[in-house]
Design a protein around this ligand. Sequence first.
Ligand SMILES: *[C@@H]1O[C@H](CO)[C@@H](O)[C@H](O)[C@H]1NC(C)=O
Ligand SMILES: *[C@@H]1O[C@H](CO)[C@@H](O)[C@H](O)[C@H]1NC(C)=O
Length: 434
Amino acid sequence: MFLPSLLALVLASSATGLVTKDGSGRLPAMGWNHWNAYRCNINEDKILSAAKSIQDLGLQDAGYEYINIDDCWSVKSGRDPVTNRILPDLTKFPAGISGTAKTLHGMGFKVGLYSDAGSKTCGGYPGSLYYEDIDAATFSEWGIDYLKYDNCNVPSSWPSDEYNNCHPDYNHPTGPNATCPDDPNVAPPDYDWSTSSTAKRFKRMGDALLKQDRTILYSLCEWGQAGVETWGDSIAQSWRITDDIFPYFARIRHIVNYNQFRLNYVNFWGHNDADMLDLGNGNLTTVEARTHFALWAAMKSPLLIGTDLSVLASELVDVLKNPYLINFNQDPIVGEPAMPFNWDWTYNDAQPAEYWAGKYRNSGEILLLMVNWGEEEKTMRAAFGVVPSTTARGAYEVTDVWTGKDLGLQRRFVEATVEPHGTAAFMLRALEPV
Ligand SMILES: *[C@@H]1O[C@H](CO)[C@@H](O)[C@H](O)[C@H]1NC(C)=O
Ligand SMILES: *[C@@H]1O[C@H](CO)[C@@H](O)[C@H](O)[C@H]1NC(C)=O
């Protein structure tokens, strides 16, 4: 939806990412994935009715364009003995994955599928390690536009990584800045993780996908291991940054705490994936769900809805459609995410950064979030001059992102009373571009 000359300019200025011919993957992917709603209990009806709900609820119009089938879609007992292809489970998908994909394409969606960089998927279905070329060709033939690629069941014959990267999700509770002094196997500071065994295992499928005459976005579900943020960009459009999300607030907070130290790896064509959205699941309250969505949008994570849409509360549908946050996440002009400010960069799972700001469309507009991670209501204030890209003498038109209400011209600061686990979110517009 942007001018070709502008696109050319932007392409020229971000040479490091994996650029696709059709431009897909430049911005964070938006869509729906079945896993958090249905796990292995899937069939074509469930996928197609989710797609219909995405349309009926106005989510397709809001930008959610990928319908992603996760694990458990294939014949579990193994590949076709003659062709070596993975076979679709025809009891779940009577028209095959290609038939479901055709229907979804007819509805205006793109289609995602799932496999694994090991001998079996996490659910025990055939994995793609050593079958990358044949599987990529099969997925391409079926009309697949997006591949989520998991990390289970790596055979013992495959070399393990020489080092570990102190990821707190894997028995290193001291955090990403820490040096893992207790671990003799920690990587030296100058170690190039793109040479790791894990990186090589994931690159095999990346290479196979690039051989197809179809754009298939590559979404690494590698759980943040092996310093993936330092090399994901060279083979894929997005990479998971942690182990799985779970639908309760402490897990949301943990993922934010980890990801906030790694946001300088996010830009056009390459995005830290904070994992699927859990709005509507578990015990997240509406207030917590807003915080979850605001931060995923602000960090420019892919936005993949992961819930049963037929029972999703309308107030949460509205959160998923929030135009200010979606426009920030999908900004065609500024690739960088919002960043923490007014914070000491301490790694603390209970207390990630509270204040966040990011430039929007380079026109003097700024997204400002003030997050109350604590258990008491509190008044939070962001002063102009302290909010990045603002000036102390500036005056800003302020819009409340949750209500769309114009709060008028503000001088010196923005202030809000923020509920426990809640987020105040504002768009600031300078009277003149800053
Ligand atoms: C953690 O990393 C950040 C960003 O690289 C740095 O500014 C900060 O000083 C580090 N904190 C600690 C406790 O080492
Ligand atoms: C939400 O669920 C998690 C995980 O089951 C649990 O640890 C937490 O205490 C629950 N929180 C509330 C407020 O019920």
